[in-house]
Design a binder for this molecule. Structure first.
Ligand SMILES: NC(=O)c1ccc[n+]([C@@H]2O[C@H](COP(=O)([O-])OP(=O)(O)OC[C@H]3O[C@@H](n4cnc5c(N)ncnc54)[C@H](OP(=O)(O)O)[C@@H]3O)[C@@H](O)[C@H]2O)c1
Length: 261
């Protein structure tokens, strides 16, 4: 299926690793020009090379902290200047720390809100005027299946991410018909974030080995495995494309069938 993304301009935030990187690679493979960002410059340079290998479009890598509104505005400006416009915004983020309610500090609650919610606010605020001007404008927000069913030991993700779905549903109404807004809800995909969560659980004595931890993450997944990050990236590219032209305000799980609701 030709997604018709060739020559379009995309920005994927928090994208030197994991699901953001996979989304950038999927868009680049479809021929889009893709801008990526992250704070760590070494990983960003490696990611730029990986995205560049995927297609013939241009790649722009900008060091930026998605919790800083000025840096996000500058990132969007540089993307628009470089590519001559912006058609697709994909927002990812780092993961909030794992933990139970009793172990979570007040500061961690505010940091999670900045990272997961305000980063999407800053990016969409800066990008919206450009997306409206495009004849293919889309927003895709990467969140988590935790917005549907709480995950044990992830109180910040379970509680704070739901605001992002409320934001996306509102944008899907307010930004239409010029811009479609959707979200993807990843289940477990083997990214550095999942590796870190498994290792945290290993430190807490929950598992005997990394492999046991990964098998545990897959145990409730009907497809009997965790996902490859590119399987999430492919869904992001589809939702960004005109092949999904009547999909607006959707929160699409990409989880191997784990969610029961
Ligand atoms: N992996 C999964 O299976 C899964 C499942 C459900 C939900 N999620 C969620 O999906 C999101 C992405 O997860 P992932 O697995 O792709 O994580 P990851 O592999 O750890 O990648 C996170 C990316 O975000 C960047 N980042 C983090 N904080 C940033 C900031 N303040 N400003 C700019 N960039 C920032 C990181 O680079 P720098 O640190 O260098 O900035 C990195 O490129 C997270 O919110 C995660 O909780 C993941």
């Amino acid at each position: 299926m030709d997604l018709g993304l060739e020559g379009n301009a995309a920005l994927v935030t928090a994208s030197s690793s994991g699901l953001g990187l996979a989304s950038a690679k999927a868009l680049a493979r479809e021929g889009a020009d893709v801008a990526i960002c992250a704070r760590g410059e070494d990983a960003l340079a490696d990611a730029e090379a990986e995205v560049d290998e995927m297609g013939d479009g241009d790649v722009l890598a900008v060091p930026a902290d998605i919790t800083d509104p000025d840096e996000v505005a500058a990132l969007v400006d540089e993307t628009v200047e470089t590519f001559g416009g912006l058609d697709h915004l994909v927002t990812s983020a780092g993961g909030p720390p794992s933990g139970r309610f009793v172990d979570t500090t007040e500061r961690e609650w505010y940091q999670a809100y900045d990272l997961l919610v305000m980063s999407v606010v800053w990016a969409t605020k800066a990008a919206r005027p450009h997306l409206v001007e495009s004849d293919a404008g889309t927003l895709v927000t990467i969140t988590s299946t935790s917005v549907r069913e709480a995950i044990d030991g992830l109180v910040l993700s379970n509680a704070v991410r739901r605001a992002v779905i409320g934001l996306m549903k509102t944008q899907a109404r307010e930004f239409a018909p010029e811009v479609r807004a959707n979200a993807v809800l990843p289940g477990a995909h083997e990214t550095p974030r999942i590796q870190e969560l498994v290792e945290d659980a290993l430190d807490r004595g929950q598992y005997d080995s990394y492999e046991d931890g990964l098998a545990d993450w897959a145990s409730d997944i009907p497809l009997d495995r965790v996902g490859d990050p590119m399987e999430l990236g492919d869904a992001v590219a589809f939702l960004s494309s005109d092949r999904a032209s009547f999909v607006n305000g959707a929160a699409v799980p990409v989880d191997g069938g784990r969610l029961r609701s």
